[in-house]
Design a protein around this ligand. Structure first.
Ligand code: SF4
Ligand code: SF4
Length: 228
């Protein structure tokens, strides 16, 4: 089959276009009209005047981490290493110690996150069985040296300023965006009750269907009679 040749016809520039001067004036007039239009409507500009203005981010924003505490002020973290294992950037370092309160068993004597290696994926939040690590909407992270990018327990422990008005507020955290009933730890929308031991976490009972009854054994094969 013969190939079809397509010729593109480029329109010739007019005399005014070849002089360029007219086009330059047209371009400047367009720029000036936008400038004057924006000047008369500064508040309506889509540009965010950072840092005076801050963009509003969703509750799933993945910013700086915080370590949650119990009512008695101790860290919820039980130093299980799940977050450290799940972290793809290998930027979490934990050392476990024996907790003075027997019921808590273990706690982190060292808990460090290298924010300069972190990729803010939120896997640590997903992996934590105790909801001990959340993320905030704090993205104003700047450091003068690498060492100050490594946050330890004092910096990571949640502070009132994290959630106060004007503070960054909570970002990505367990069950963000899920049903209010599940958040309240009462019942699943399906009506399934929750295991009492897991109420703190709001995990629903995983009701697997009962295993099928064992199949009856096949009858023994009839032995062949004596041959005649
Ligand atoms: S957000 Fe991701 S990369 Fe950062 S500490 Fe958590 S698991 Fe690691
Ligand atoms: S997964 Fe949770 S409880 Fe386990 S070490 Fe990490 S923060 Fe602590």
């Amino acid at each position: 089959m013969a190939a079809r040749v397509v010729t593109l016809k480029v329109p010739e520039a007019t005399l005014a276009e070849r002089i360029y001067l007219v086009e330059i004036v047209k371009g400047l007039a367009r720029t000036l009209s936008h400038f004057l239009k924006n000047l008369s409507n500064i508040k309506g500009l889509p540009t965010i005047q950072y840092p005076e203005m801050l963009r509003k981010y969703s509750g799933r924003f993945r910013g700086r981490h915080i370590l949650k505490t119990r009512e008695d002020g101790t860290l919820k973290c039980v130093a299980c290493y799940m977050c450290e294992t799940a972290c793809p950037a290998e930027c979490i370092r934990i050392e476990a110690g024996e907790h003075p309160v027997l019921a808590y068993e273990k706690y982190p004597t060292v808990f460090e996150i290298d924010l300069l290696r972190c990729v803010y994926c939120g896997y640590c939040v997903d992996a934590c069985p105790k909801d001990a690590i959340w993320m905030t909407k704090d993205y104003e992270l700047s450091f003068f040296d690498r060492k100050s990018g490594v946050l330890g327990i004092p910096e990571l422990t949640e502070k009132p300023s994290d959630t106060a008005a004007g503070g960054p507020g909570y970002g990505y955290r367990p069950y963000e965006g899920e049903s209010p009933m599940r958040k309240a730890g009462q019942f699943e929308p399906s009506g399934l009750p929750l295991l009492p031991a897991l109420l703190e976490r709001g995990v629903a009972i995983n009701r697997m269907p009962p295993p099928p009854p064992p199949k009856p054994a096949p009858p023994p094969a009839a032995s062949p009679g004596p041959s005649v």
